[in-house]
Structures are given as C-alpha cells and as structure tokens.
Ligand binder design. Structure first.
Ligand code: AMP
Ligand code: GLY
Length: 435
C-alpha cells in the first residue's frame, strides 16, 4: 500500500519510522514543510509543499495512488484535509474538519464536555466582546486563564501569575483578541500536574497509550517562555510517578466519553489519535485542552515503545476494526529531549549547521525542523532534533538521553532537568501537597 505522511517534524519522523518498521508491504510518501533527512531516508518520494493547501495534497495523493494518509499537524486537519481525502476514497488517520474542532476551537471542546455532562471542565465562559468580562474576572479572582478560541500554535493562552498579572492586563489581552476579530474563552486556572493521555480511536473503540508528561517552558526549572514542548518522559508502568491509578482511569474515561459525545453530535465517529491534555488536581482529573493528533514530542515516546505493528493499528483505525488489533507498548520508561536553536522560541537562529555524528544510537534520533542542504544539516527555525532513550527506569533513560542530546553540535540548547530525580520528586511533592 502507498502511504502518505503529511508534515515533516520529529513527530512525523517517528511516524515514518514506525511505518517503515511494520511488516506490512508499503511504500512511504511525504508532503513536507522542510527537507527532513530522517523522513527522506525511509520515503520513496518526499516533496516540500504548502501542506495547508488541500488541492495540492489531493492531487499528489491521486497521482501516487495513496491508499492511506496520516496527518501529523493540526492545521491541515482544521482545514478539512481528511474530508477531501476521504471523499476521494483514501483512508485517513486524522479526524474530519467537524471533529477536529475538538482542537481547533477551545469553546467547542468546553461546550461539548458541558453538554454531555463530562465533569472535567473548570469554570469557564465564552466571549466575543468585552461585555461581562470584568464581572467574570471578579468571580474568578486571581486565578484565571484567557484563551484565543482558535489555533495559535500554543501562543494563544495567557495564564494569570505567568503572563497576566492583573485584571487590567487580562482586559488588555481580551481587547487585543477582539481587535483580531476573535472569540475567546476565560476560565478558572487549575492547580496541579499536567499529563498527556493519547488514545487511538476508530470511531467507536479507543485504545490508550502510556501517559506522558511534557515540558512546555523553554528553560530548566519550568522557566521562560512557552514552547511547543522541550521534552517528555513516560514510566515503565505506563502511569507517571505523581499519578494514582484512578487518575489514569479518569483520563481514559474522559477520552472515551468525549469520543462518544463527538459521534453522537455529528453522527459519525472520530478516526485518529485523540490527545487529552489533562491536569491532576485536588478535585480529580480535569481537561486543559484536546488535540486532534499525536503530540510532539509525545509521539516519539509512544512510538519508540510500541510493540505492535503500526500499519495494523492505522488500518484498524480507518477500518473501524481496532477492537481486533493488537495495541501493546513495552514496559520500559522513556525520556525524550529536544535540542532547539539558540533564541527559540521567540528569535530562533536559522541556517546554521548542526552535527549529529557523535550520536551513539541513531534509532533514537529524530530530526525535526532542519533541512538537508548539500550534505549539511542546517537549522530551519523551530525544534531541531530530538533523542529518545528507553530503559528500565526514567532515571536511566534520562542519563542516556542527556548524553545523546549533549553530543549534538551546533548553536543549540536543551533542558537538562527533564526526567531527573529532582524534577520528578518536585512533581510528586506538589501532588502530595495539594491532595
Ligand atoms: P493549551 O494551549 O490550552 O494547552 O494551554 C497551554 C498551557 O496553558 C497549558 O499547557 C497549561 O500549562 C496552561 N493552561 C491552559 N489552561 C489552563 C487552566 N485552565 N488552568 C491552568 N493552566 C492552564
Ligand atoms: N506536546 C504538545 C503538543 O503536541 O501540542
């Protein structure tokens, strides 16, 4: 079968590798935004195009007789690429435009949960003018979050204490969003520990992946600006050291109820990866946001741990047959660390060469926002390369991942604390204090 990957970051490199490792016959194609050398290596053909143009994707898919497409990033899903490909008879891992609103509209996600009595939302209200904003802020006091109601590449959310230091600043940000013609959501700020629970979904059945913790802040100690994610870890138990079993179950249940709510609302089911961004609080597990795709870096953790055949899983998703498909992950801990260009995320340097020749385990190296330019690997402006180590404990995996990522040469930086004992103890202590 001819299989198309849309997107070309480290997440899509992980997808490409998992496809390549499958024992199913396949020819891999990629529509990319950068000339990713890792994806290129396993592809029959890769083209750099505008992946937000559905016509280009459809034309290329028809020309190359694509049978299955896997959509990596959120924007093509929000543009309805799954609708266009499905109408042309191509199987798609990734939801149609309506169902992708679970990620592309924060108010849609919140309202869906509320309408279906899924008890995972903080107090929230949706606005498209300044009317009522001050009143609601007064109700919330000092703990509030303001969110742009659309895709903003992780930059649309401002949290009190971190980005907004008074109601005045919050009102200013709301005015900015209104000026952009946007709807926005204001909600209660939740206190706890965040984690990701991703589930494969075939429209009816869900099969869950190991829980992961991502690290959004740029610098050690959770300092600095928000990023796409600097690194992640998962534990051999498939839970996390600061979570109770019941909290994992709650997150899985919320994903199941949400998939059912989507099916009931639209009359057809969600086919793809449903990614719940959760927070464990003193009052149980709550939803921060939904994503309609694999997480990046989370995909590198879970796909490195996957024991089962990834193409079988993709076919199970698109064919509505996931119930009969084996979905198992190794009982190993995983740590993923990203090396990002100096200046990332606000002013990343670009075009400089990086060196990966000291990497010991090339199977644990994932290329992200880099270009292959006449044998040189050069920075393309976002998260550059990631490494994943899988070992019997998080600390062992951390030590391997740290050595590997430190061996990458060039004007880069990474977080040294992800997966270290001190950071994890801090998470455990925090949960103990709030419980
Ligand atoms: P989002 O794009 O919705 O994932 O938000 C980005 C980040 O903002 C999240 O990873 C959280 O750290 C933070 N955040 C969003 N909503 C809330 C909330 N209701 N309470 C606390 N933190 C939040
Ligand atoms: N790891 C965060 C994201 O993929 O959105």
């Amino acid at each position: 079968m001819n299989i198309l990957i849309v997107g070309s970051g480290a997440r899509e490199h992980a997808i490409a590798r998992a496809l390549h490792a499958s024992s199913n016959p396949k020819v891999i194609y990629c529509l990319a935004t950068n000339n990713n050398p890792g994806i290129q290596k396993v592809c029959f053909d890769m083209q750099v195009v505008d992946i937000n143009n559905n016509d280009i994707i459809l034309r290329y898919s028809k020309l190359n007789r694509i049978g299955l497409a896997i959509i990596g990033p959120e924007n093509p899903l929000a543009n309805g690429v799954a609708n266009v490909l499905t109408e042309a008879g191509i199987q798609v891992v990734g939801p149609t435009k309506d169902l992708a609103k679970i990620e592309s509209s924060k108010s849609f996600a919140r309202n869906l949960l509320l309408e279906n009595n899924i008890p995972a939302c903080p107090k929230y209200k949706v606005f498209n003018s300044i009317v009522g904003v001050q009143k609601f802020l007064n109700e919330l006091g000092n703990d509030f979050v303001v969110k742009y109601d659309g895709l903003a590449g992780g930059k649309g959310v401002k949290v009190s204490g971190d980005h907004l230091h008074s109601h005045g600043e919050a009102l200013g940000y709301c005015e900015e969003l209104i000026g952009m013609g946007g709807k926005f959501v204001i909600e209660e700020k939740l206190i706890g520990q965040e984690f990701s629970m991703m589930s494969f979904c075939d429209g009816n059945i869900l099969k869950h992946m190991p829980a992961i913790q991502d690290h959004k802040r740029a610098f050690d100690g959770d300092l600095g600006p928000n990023t796409g994610g600097m690194g992640t870890y998962s534990d051999a138990s498939h839970s996390l050291p600061f979570l109770k079993k019941s909290e994992i179950k709650q997150a899985q249940k919320i994903n199941e109820l949400t998939a059912l709510a989507l099916k009931n609302k639209f009359g057809y089911g969600y086919k793809g990866v449903l990614y719940g961004g959760f927070i464990a609080t003193s009052e149980g597990v709550k939803l921060i946001e939904y994503n309609a795709r694999f997480g990046d870096p989370e995909a590198m953790n879970v796909l490195s741990l996957l024991k089962s055949d990834f193409i079988d899983i993709c076919k199970g998703i698109t064919g509505g047959n996931l119930k009969n498909i084996d979905v198992h992950f190794r009982n190993r801990a995983s740590v993923c660390k990203y090396a990002v260009p100096k200046g990332y995320p606000n002013k990343p340097i670009k075009g400089e060469e990086i060196y990966v020749n000291n990497i010991k385990n090339p199977d644990g190296l994932f290329y992200g926002s880099v270009n292959l330019d006449e044998e040189k690997i050069v920075l393309a402006g976002s998260r550059a390369v990631a490494v994943v180590a899988t070992e019997e404990s998080i600390f062992k995996a951390e030590s391997v991942a740290e050595k590997e990522i430190s061996s990458v040469g060039g004007p880069l930086f990474h977080r040294k604390d992800i997966g270290k004992k001190a950071l994890i103890q801090n998470r455990i202590d925090h949960m103990r204090d709030i419980r």
